[in-house]
Structure formats: C-alpha cells, structure tokens
Design a protein around this ligand. Structure first.
Ligand code: AP5
Length: 193
C-alpha cells in the first residue's frame, strides 16, 4: 500500500502531476476539488451549498469535506494506495485522515510539497481561467485562494514536517522534470517500505 499526499498552493500543478502518478503507480486519485466541482456541475443540493464557498475562493467546511472522504474511502479500500490531491487543507482534515489511515495500519508514506512562486501561480491560474470554465480562476478569486492557502493550509507543512514526511518538490520546472523529481521521492519511500 502506498499513500501519498500531494500538497501545494492553488495552481502549483497538483492535478497535473496526480494524473501522471496515478498512471505510473496505479493509485486511486482522491481530489476533493474534482469531487466538489462534479457536485456543482450536476447542480445537486451539495453542489449548490459548496458553490457558495468555492466561488468566493474560501474553503468548504471541514464536516462536508470529511463526509466525502469517508464515503469515498469506504468504497475504495481494496485500492493498492491513494493519492490525496487538494486534501487535507486544514489541521482538522489532516488529523482526520491520520486517524482513518492509522486505524487501518496504512499511514501516509510521503507528502510531496510542490513549491511554486506566487507570480507564477497567478499566471497559471488566470491563464487556465481563459477556457477552464472554473468560477474560481479569476485574478481576484485566485488572490483570495492564495490568502486562504497561507492562513489555513500552510500550517500543514509543519504538521507533516514533525512526522518527517515532507518531500519538497521544485514545481517551477517543466511538467516532465517536476514528475521526474516526484518519481525519485516516491521511489525513495518505496525503497524503505
Ligand atoms: P482544488 O480543485 O483542490 O484547487 P486548488 O488547490 O486551488 O488547485 P488548482 O486546481 O487550481 O491547481 P493544481 O495545483 O491542481 O494545479 P493544476 O495541475 O491544475 O480546490 C478548489 C476549491 O475547492 C478550493 O478553493 C476550495 O473552495 C474547495 N476545496 C477543495 N478541496 C477542499 C478541501 N480539502 N477542503 C476545503 N475546501 C476544498 O495546474 C494549474 C495550471 O498550471 C494548469 O493550467 C496546468 O496546465 C498548469 N501547469 C501545471 N504544471 C505546470 C508546470 N510545471 N509548468 C507550467 N504550467 C503548469
């Protein structure tokens, strides 16, 4: 079992790299952002509720996200491992994930912390916004998402550093090179499993 968290600010390339990791290592991709957007696209009651937060660049409340995690994990426990993308985003979420995985004796192996400069993040998000259809890809909301990241999500770096799980990844490189560094970090944890 291989459990990986891919961590980083909005636009750092978590989704791009997750797709590659899933393909190479045959993991289950759990992206809370994708799950929430799917609800919004289907216009479900949950989708309507969470759009109130996503459209403003705010985090969806922990209880909603954790229910999604538990439901999804329960249906995929036979997976050879997970890549958690965009989750956890708060200390409450990180503790809940640790509890869930520790109970099953399958802890997180590594947290890939993708580092990208702020100017580049805004360029990528606003560039994608030209055709993504994402309501949160404007300059104003991207700035708000970055603020939220700094206040609510960055503390997780220390949380996982204390567990000795952080692998810093230079996300300023071209996609293939970022992936090469990610594979090296994954191989290093696999070697000591
Ligand atoms: P979420 O969907 O998780 O979005 P995010 O974290 O803001 O990240 P992005 O999807 O913008 O970027 P990414 O890091 O995946 O980069 P990507 O590969 O797409 O969350 C959205 C919202 O949902 C949140 O704001 C919140 O409201 C809610 N939410 C989600 N999870 C939650 C949770 N756990 N708790 C509470 N609320 C939650 O790449 C970005 C762009 O850059 C693309 O165009 C890509 O082609 C390009 N790119 C990628 N890599 C490179 C590279 N190396 N060089 C050049 N360009 C690159």
């Amino acid at each position: 079992m291989l459990n990986i968290v891919i961590f980083g600010p909005p636009g750092s390339g978590k989704g791009t790299q997750s797709a590659r990791i899933v393909k190479k290592y045959d993991l289950t991709h759990l992206s809370t952002g994708d799950m929430l957007r799917e609800e919004m696209e289907k216009n479900t009651p949950l989708g309507k509720q969470v759009s109130e937060y996503i459209d403003k660049g705010l985090l969806v409340p922990d209880d909603i996200v954790l229910k999604m995690l538990y439901d999804y994990a329960a249906g995929h426990m036979d997976s050879p491992g997970f890549i958690f993308d965009g989750f956890p985003r708060t200390i409450v979420q990180a503790e809940a994930l640790d509890n869930l995985l520790d109970k099953r004796g399958i802890p997180i192996n590594v947290v890939l912390s993708v580092e990208v400069e702020e100017k580049e993040l805004l360029k990528r998000i606003v560039g994608r916004g030209e055709d993504s259809g994402r309501t949160d890809d404007s300059m104003e909301i991207a700035n708000q998402r970055l603020d939220v990241y700094k206040k609510q999500t960055m503390p997780l770096i220390d949380y996982y550093k204390e567990q000795g799980k952080i692998a810093p990844i230079n996300g300023m490189q071209p996609v293939d090179e970022v992936f090469g560094d990610i594979c090296q970090a994954i191989e290093a944890v696999k070697a000591v499993q």
